[in-house]
Design a protein around this ligand. Structure first.
Ligand code: NAD
Length: 450
C-alpha cells in the first residue's frame, strides 16, 4: 500500500520505517527540511534500536522517502497517518492540538480522491470527530475522507520492536471502510496474532490516555510507597519484587525512582486529568491529580535523600549527576527527572557536572547552565558526590573500584536502585538508594517464599 506519515519525530520516523519494513511504500512528511534531508540520506536524528538499519535499507531502495511537500504526499498516498506533536497547552493541562489541525488544513485542499486519515498522535477525546468535520468541509473529496484514530503505545528506545510486534493495535473507526484499510495496513502484524481492538474513535482516544495515566499512577504509587519505606526503614526494592509477582499487579513500572518524564507520560497524565474534570468525573480527576502532584515532588524527595546522605546542604558541593535522558536507551530529555534533579541541585548552590552516554547534546540545548562531560570517568574526577539519576546499564557496570580513586569523596546516591550497593560499599563507597535502608546490601533476587 502507499502510505504517508505526516510528522517525523519520535513517533513518525519509527512508524514510517516500520511500515516500509512490512512492505508498504511510504513517504514521510515534516516541516523541517534539514530533518527530511538527513532522513533521505539514511541518517537517523533520533536514537532507536534497529531504526538506523531500517532507514538505510528502505531509503536506499526508494520504498521510504521523506519530503516537506504535503502536495506530493497527497498525490502519492491514499492512507495518511498523522504523527505530529501534541504538546501540552499554554494552560499546562490539556493538549495543544494545533499541529494536528494545521497538518490537516495543509493536507485537505489536496485530498481530491477518497482516502483515510489515521491519527496516531495522542489527543483529547473528541478530536477525531472535529477533524473529520474539518476535512469533510475543506477537502475536495468531502465525505470521501474517512478519519480514524489508531493510538500509538510504543516505548521510546524500543520503538521499532514495539511497532513491528505491538501488544495490541487499537482502531477507532466510524466506518467499515476505515476498519478494512487499517486491517490491510497492519495485515502482516495481524497475521502474527497481534490483537486488534476495533472501537469507536472516542474509546480509542481514551484507551491511549488511560494507558499512560495508569502507568504514571503506578510509578507515582511505588514512589509514594518508597517514601513510606524510607520512613519505616524498609526496602522498596524487595517490596516491589514481591508486589510485582502478583499477576493482577505486575512488575512493570514498579521501579522507585526520580519520577516519570519524557514527551508522553507527564503531559498525558495532565491532559487525562483535565479530560476527567471536563467530563465531570471529578473523583477520577482527584485520583489522577494526586499522582501528578506526587511526581512533581520527586526532585525535592531526591534532594532530601542527597542532603541526608551528606549530612548538610549541597551549597558549594561538587556533584556529578549521571544521566540526563528521561530514561535509558534514548536521547530524549523532555521533562527528564534526571535534569530536574540536576537543575535543583544547581539552584541550591551545588557545582553540577552532568554525564549521559547519549543525551548530553540534547540536554545542553535546554539546560545550558549546567556543565557536561562526555566521558564517564572524567565526569567524576574530584566529585564529592555522584547522583545516579537515569538507569543506563553503563552506570551499573561502571568500574566502581577505579572510580573510587578518581572522586574526591566516594559517595553515591542511587535514585534508580540500579547498582549492587554491596559491591560498591566493599570498594569504599558510601551508597544510599531510594526507599532503602542506609546499610543493607542490595539483594538481586527476591527471598524465598515463607
Ligand atoms: P516530536 O515533537 O518528536 O515530533 C513531531 C514532528 O511533527 C516534528 O518533527 C515536527 O516538525 C512535525 N510537524 C509538526 N507540524 C507538522 C506539520 N504541519 N506537517 C508536518 N510535520 C509537522 O513528537 P513525538 O514524540 O513524535 O510525538 C508525536 C505524537 O505521538 C504526540 O502526540 C505524542 O504524544 C504521541 N506519541 C509519542 C510517543 C513517543 O514515544 N514519543 C509514543 C506514543 C505516542
Amino acid at each position: 500500500m502507499r502510505l504517508s506519515v505526516i510528522g517525523c519525530g519520535h513517533l513518525g520516523i519509527p512508524h514510517a520505517a516500520a511500515m516500509a519494513e512490512i512492505g508498504h511504500e511510504v513517504v514521510g512528511v515534516d516541516l523541517d527540511r534539514a530533518k527530511t534531508d538527513r532522513l533521505n540520506s539514511g541518517q537517523c536524528p533520533i536514537h532507536e534500536d534497529g531504526l538506523a538499519r531500517l532507514l538505510a535499507t528502505h531509503t536506499a531502495t526508494g520504498r521510504l522517502r521523506f519530503t516537506t511537500g504535503i502536495t506530493e504526499a497527497a498525490a502519492f498516498a491514499d492512507v495518511h497517518f498523522l504523527a505530529v506533536g501534541t504538546p501540552i497547552d499554554a494552560d499546562g493541562r490539556s493538549y495543544d492540538t494545533g499541529q494536528v489541525f494545521a497538518a490537516a488544513r495543509a493536507l485537505a485542499p489536496h485530498l481530491t480522491r477518497p482516502c483515510v486519515v489515521i491519527g496516531k498522535s495522542t489527543v483529547t477525546v473528541g478530536t477525531t470527530g472535529r477533524l473529520a468535520a474539518l476535512l469533510a468541509r475543506l477537502a475536495p473529496a468531502g465525505d470521501g475522507v474517512d478519519v480514524a484514530w489508531n493510538p500509538e503505545f510504543l516505548r521510546e528506545g524500543h520503538a521499532i520492536e514495539d511497532t513491528l510486534r505491538p501488544d495490541r493495535i487499537v482502531a477507532g473507526v466510524s466506518s467499515q471502510h476505515a476498519e478494512d484499510v487499517i486491517r490491510a495496513v497492519y495485515a502482516p502484524l495481524l497475521a502474527n496474532n497481534v490483537p486488534l481492538y476495533v472501537t469507536d474513535p472516542a474509546t480509542a482516544e481514551l484507551i491511549k490516555g488511560a494507558a499512560n495515566a495508569y502507568l504514571g499512577m503506578k510509578i507515582s504509587f511505588i514512589n509514594g510507597v518508597a517514601d513510606m519505606c524510607a520512613a519505616a526503614g524498609a526496602d522498596v526494592q524487595q517490596l516491589a519484587e514481591a508486589l510485582g509477582t502478583d499477576p493482577r499487579i505486575g512488575r512493570g513500572s514498579l521501579g522507585a525512582g526520580p519520577g516519570y518524564g519524557g514527551g508522553c507520560l507527564p503531559k498525558d497524565l495532565r491532559a487525562f486529568t483535565a479530560s476527567a474534570e471536563a467530563l465531570g468525573a471529578h473523583d477520577a480527576a482527584a485520583l489522577l491529580r494526586a499522582a501528578g502532584q506526587l511526581n512533581d515532588s520527586r526532585p525535592a524527595a531526591a534532594l532530601r535523600l542527597v542532603e541526608e546522605t551528606l549530612g548538610h546542604g549541597v551549597g558549594g558541593v561538587k556533584v556529578t549527576v549521571w544521566g540526563a535522558s528521561f530514561k535509558a536507551g534514548t536521547e530524549d530529555v523532555r521533562e527528564s527527572p534526571a535534569l530536574a534533579v540536576a537543575a535543583l541541585l544547581h539552584r541550591r548552590g551545588a557545582a553540577v557536572t552532568v554525564h549521559d552516554p547519549l543525551a548530553g547534546p540534547t540536554a545542553l540545548a535546554g539546560h545550558p547552565g549546567l556543565d557536561y562531560e562526555e566521558d564517564l570517568e572524567a565526569s567524576v574526577k574530584g566529585a564529592e558526590l555522584v547522583v545516579l539519576a537515569t538507569e543506563w546499564p553503563q552506570f551499573r557496570e561502571a568500574d566502581h573500584e577505579r572510580l573510587a580513586g578518581l572522586v574526591a569523596r566516594p559517595v553515591l546516591v542511587d535514585l534508580r536502585n540500579l547498582v549492587d550497593a554491596g559491591t560498591w560499599r566493599a570498594a569504599g563507597w558510601t551508597v544510599r538508594q531510594l526507599g532503602r535502608p542506609a546499610h543493607r546490601s542490595a539483594r538481586r533476587s527476591p527471598p524465598a517464599p515463607g
